[in-house]
Design a protein around this ligand. Structure first.
Ligand SMILES: C[S@@+](CC[C@H](N)C(=O)[O-])C[C@H]1O[C@@H](n2cnc3c(N)ncnc32)[C@H](O)[C@@H]1O
Length: 285
């Protein structure tokens, strides 16, 4: 049997103050300095390195038709007309959660693991200037690139914050909708992330996330691979366990809106994976 990963986790203190444009103030730094240690720190650094490097070459990747970009697979021409090649080049999602989210003008939307911001830009078109979109990502280079993109596109209703989805730099009951696209699979503490999503949502709020899940056990060498963790594979949760975890966090009306085969590559073991788009609601009160 594969040796269990030895992550060390200390419950975060949610009482941190939040700065609008920077990281989450003391909370974000506490998370990295106090909460992360051992393998967790190594994995977090590997994820940051992987997505930091991707942000560096996003402009070039955006122009290459041969790259396996999620922008080419999951987004309409109309949606793509809202973003630049650089934003498309940073896209590494497994679905299009915004297309299922029925966003209304004026809503506040939070995107966890926002990367280059593709879903933030598409969502911001729907919230309009009366609403706002907040993207949270822990990789500094991704956040700075997303901020530059927002500036270039004069997207004044989007804010990108650096922070961890396990300690979201956002006040409680402050958002109508949480979205996420291929990011929760990278978190070792999915139950903490889900309870954070519950905390920041307003009563009656909802989440719509696109996530890779495991249908049948992956080969042990894939489960144990840091490379495959960073690619969002080894950390993917078992489908049924993940749906139960969502209910355990307090969400109701949990619904799989879409399920499709994994499109990340052509290895045989990919048939053990699926990608889901899931809707769940925070009870109204
Ligand atoms: C696979 S990329 C997806 C990016 C984007 N959602 C998209 O669709 O293109 C995952 C992103 O999640 C971020 N991420 C991973 N773990 C995170 C965590 N624990 N907290 C915040 N961001 C995280 C990474 O830095 C990366 O930018």
């Amino acid at each position: 049997m594969a040796e269990a990963r030895k992550f060390v986790f200390v419950s975060p203190d949610y009482g941190s103050s939040i700065t609008e444009n920077g990281c989450c103030g003391s909370g974000c730094c506490d998370f990295e300095a106090v909460v992360l240690s051992g393998n967790a720190k190594d994995i977090t650094n590997a994820v940051k390195q992987r997505y930091g490097a991707l942000a560096e070459r996003a402009g070039k990747r955006g122009l290459e038709a041969s790259e396996n970009k999620s922008s080419d697979k999951f987004y309409s021409e109309e949606e793509l007309s809202l973003i630049s090649d650089e934003i498309a080049g940073a896209s590494t999602g497994v679905g299009n959660p915004v297309s299922f989210a029925d966003i209304k003008p004026g809503e506040t939307v939070l995107d966890l693991g926002s990367g280059g911001g593709i879903d933030c830009f598409v969502a911001a078109e729907k919230t309009g200037s009366l609403g706002r979109v907040i993207g949270v990502d822990m990789t500094p280079r991704m956040v700075s690139s997303a901020r530059e993109n927002a500036k270039k596109l004069s997207a004044s209703n989007i804010t990108f914050k650096r922070g961890h989805m396990e300690q979201i730099p956002q006040d409680e009951t402050s958002v109508d909708l949480v979205i996420s696209n291929n990011a929760i699979a990278l978190s070792e503490w999915k139950h903490v992330t889900l309870s954070e999503m519950y905390r920041v949502l307003k009563p009656g709020g909802r989440f719509v996330i696109s996530e890779r899940v495991v249908i049948e056990a992956l080969p042990e060498n894939i489960q144990d691979s840091t490379h495959e963790w960073v690619e969002g594979v080894a950390g993917a949760a078992d489908k049924e366990r993940f749906l139960t975890m969502i209910e355990t966090a307090g969400f109701v009306g949990v619904e799989v809106l879409e399920e499709r085969a994994d499109t990340g590559g052509d290895e045989e073991w990919r048939s053990s994976l699926a990608t889901l788009t899931i809707l769940a609601n925070k009870p109204a009160g």
